[in-house]
Design a binder for this molecule. Structure first.
Ligand code: MN
Length: 291
């Protein structure tokens, strides 16, 4: 087996607020700097640990539409409440994942969960947009509430740590998320001085976001929290050696080799489909959701 070459180590854009509840750095598309290299993943917003003070009115982002892709929210610290126009709602807490398929169109809102908001505290979260293949863009909206208990847990040998499997598989352990194209979404937690290996075929795209601590990749490249590492397709093996206790999220998937038309909250294949999305949204076809 041959090791994958690192294409680059990147930092996200300067922080911006999404609504008043998410202080995020955007890693991609950011002017589409990775383009096809990170498909089927389309957007990554990362909210590293940030202390939100107590608030009687939960912070967050109000009602807005989506069509043509999925939003995946991973909670590391703090809690988020979600409601959508298809009657789905839920709260995700540390270790939980919310996998929403916008498909043909939903309205949703995302706020800090009430109790968390009233106490305030560290908030650490990630939102990923997963593109849908053309034939599934108009699929029925779906909501997968994946609790920490449901997430697959691959315990690494030698007390090295843990790989949590949200989607796909690692070392024979499978993840609960249903996906429309082949995806591995993994969360790694390594103890200082230990290591983990990952093997992905050259036909897939691979990136890793570090969410805590320091590590060495492929035996030579130092990385730390907030670094996003994009790999070339060539080769198969990825090796993470923890310098300190560290944590990271691994994104791997088969690219969707189709044209992308993106505007605001819609990710489609053509500009005409974007216009149709706006029209359907204006005509109320995404349903009703109160603010
Ligand atoms: Mn949203």
């Amino acid at each position: 087996m041959k090791e994958k070459k690192i294409y680059g180590v990147f930092r996200g854009a300067p922080f911006h607020m999404v609504g008043d509840g998410f202080r995020v750095s955007n890693y991609f598309p950011g002017g589409n700097r990775f383009g096809k290299m990170i498909s089927p993943f389309f957007l990554l917003d990362y909210n590293p640990p940030h202390d939100f003070g107590p608030s009687g009115t939960p912070r967050g982002v109000g009602v807005h539409p989506h069509r043509g892709f999925e939003t995946v929210t991973i909670a590391f610290e703090g809690s988020v409440a979600h409601h959508d126009s298809h009657g789905h709602s839920g709260v995700i807490r540390p270790g939980d994942v919310q996998w929403m398929t916008a498909g043909s169109g939903v309205l949703h809102k995302e706020y800090h969960e009430k109790e968390f908001a009233s106490k305030g505290g560290a908030f650490h979260m990630l939102q990923l947009w997963v593109n849908l293949p053309a034939k599934h863009k108009m699929t029925e909206p779906r909501y997968q509430s994946i609790t920490s208990e449901m997430v697959g847990k691959a315990v690494l040998p030698d007390n090295a740590g843990l790989v949590r499997v949200v989607a796909g598989a690692y070392d024979g352990i499978t993840g609960p998320a249903k996906t429309f194209s082949p995806i591995n979404l993994l969360i790694g937690e390594l103890h200082a001085g230990r290591h983990a290996g990952f093997t992905f075929p050259p036909t897939t795209n691979t990136g890793i976001l570090f969410t805590g601590g320091e590590a060495t990749l492929q035996g030579k490249t130092p990385v730390s929290a907030m670094d996003f590492v994009l790999f070339d397709n060539d080769g198969e093996d990825v090796r993470v050696e923890a310098t300190t206790n560290c944590s990271f999220v691994v994104f791997n998937g088969e690219p969707i080799n189709e044209p992308v038309a993106h505007y605001g909250p819609f990710v489609m294949n053509t500009m005409q489909e974007i216009e149709e999305a706006f029209e359907d949204f204006r005509e109320g076809k995404f349903g009703v959701l109160e603010d």
